[in-house]
Design a protein around this ligand. Structure first.
Ligand code: GLV
Ligand code: MN
Ligand code: MN
Length: 412
């Protein structure tokens, strides 16, 4: 079977999707449930319907577009990714898997393939943690890893509940209906840009992901004492930001101390109050991100950091409270699905490397309910989460072609 991918169409669709944004191009900002996100979703639904797929959305906003198979009740083969985008990011993260998946399905339809199992495209809601501080919200709930009761406690930065914002975006109904029935998917495959430099550097067109690192996030609230930046002498200070600075450096030291390049730690959110140059910081909120492919090593860093927070609090006479926002296990990709990917690469004459995903993806949660694998394509200079994120049309087409062939094999 020869599979023809329309690369120009995917590129043009990526360009259109990038216009639904709250920042000026080339930067993309598309936060879940905002007007930009809603417009993007409406446009995506139109594309799915035009491709002949039946579209439905669940109470949270996960979007499903189904190509029915000849065996209607068989577990579906799922593919897809996310369309939300962190502030000031680019146009390929997540979207390549959604629009590449859509084109893979269109290509299979064009070449006359008839699936036995249904093939279903998914656009997961809120893969990015931007709004609720919790990544993979959609897939987490589909997998039953976050219950409706736990989700009801989520608040965004304006202290609005998940229910308030999803209802305002016209998603209603009980969140207890979001969890998928057992065996809903017989397998799941996600196409994504690598978000790292390896494939480009090694000139390899496809990455077959074997493991996905497990992320954890820690929120740290630090309280000290504010005051006049000139009048309060240094020995008398209880500067909350200096405690925060020590915690950030402790995180770096802990991540480096494992000796494994798979351990990474980031302090990406620092909110200083009152945030004025002539006022001693009295309160700081930090959010820290720790990841590893090995759960025990990741958790050792997490727990040591929590201890360091207590030590720094005592040393600097600060009040420090830390809360684990989430601590997700790493995932292994399923050998049956990775074998199907490898066969598809061979059939297309494309070289591949087996690799680890250090970024997290909805596949982390899909792997809990279905045999799951991911394929990566190169991105320029390994850059992601930045406006200059770029994937070449030829690489996108290769990814979509391998995806299509794998979907066909798994749905036959
Ligand atoms: C997902 O975007 C991640 O932070 O890995
Ligand atoms: Mn991302
Ligand atoms: Mn992504």
């Amino acid at each position: 079977m020869r599979i023809d991918i329309d690369a120009a169409r995917i590129v043009s669709e990526l360009e259109t999707l990038a216009t639904f944004s709250d920042t000026e191009p080339p930067a993309v900002t598309r936060i879940v449930y905002t007007h930009a996100d809603q417009r993007a979703r409406a446009w995506l639904k139109e594309q799915c319907i035009a491709a002949g797929l039946s579209v439905r959305e669940d109470a949270l906003g996960n979007l499903f577009a189904r190509w029915q198979g000849s065996e209607v009740s068989a577990g579906a083969v799922g593919t897809g990714s996310h369309i939300d985008a962190i502030p000031h990011s680019g146009r390929y993260d997540g979207t390549t898997g959604v629009l590449g998946g859509l084109e893979a399905i269109r290509a299979l339809r064009r070449c006359g393939f008839t699936p036995r199992r249904p093939i279903e495209l998914l656009a997961f809601i809120s893969e990015e943690p931007t709004r609720f501080g919790l990544g993979c919200l959609g897939s987490r709930m589909l997998a039953g890893s976050l219950t409706a009761e736990e989700a009801a406690d989520l608040r965004d930065r304006d202290d609005q509940s998940l229910d308030t914002v999803r209802n305002a975006a016209h998603f209603s109904g009980s969140l207890s209906t979001v969890k998928l029935p057992a065996q809903y998917y017989s397998s799941f495959i996600e196409l994504h840009i690598e978000q790292g430099p390896i494939l480009e550097k090694e000139n390899v067109p496809i990455g077959v992901v074997t493991h996905i690192a497990g992320p954890a996030a820690l929120r740290v609230l630090i309280e000290g004492e504010g005051g006049h930046a000139g009048a309060v002498l240094m020995p008398q200070r209880r500067d909350a930001f200096l405690g925060a600075a020590e915690i950030a450096l402790a995180l770096e030291a802990d991540a480096l101390s494992t000796g494994s390049e798979d351990t990474v730690g980031t302090c990406g959110l620092v909110d200083v109050f009152p945030g004025l140059s002539n006022s001693i910081p009295s309160r700081v909120r930090l959010e820290l991100d720790i990841r590893d492919t090995l759960l025990s090593r990741r958790d050792a860093v997490l727990h040591h950091l929590e201890k360091q927070c207590r030590d720094i609090a005592a040393k600097r006479k600060l009040r420090i409270r830390s809360t684990v926002l989430h601590a997700d296990d790493p995932a292994g990709c399923d050998p049956t699905v990775t074998t199907a990917l490898v066969r598809a690469c061979d059939a297309e004459g494309l070289a591949y490397w087996r690799m680890v995903s250090r970024a997290y993806h909805d596949s982390l949660f899909m792997s809990r309910i279905a045999p799951t694998a991911m394929l990566f394509i190169p991105c320029k200079n390994g850059v992601s989460h930045r406006p200059d994120e770029f994937a070449a049309p030829e690489d996108i087409a290769n990814g979509a072609r391998v995806l299509a062939r794998t979907l066909a094999a798994l749905a036959s």
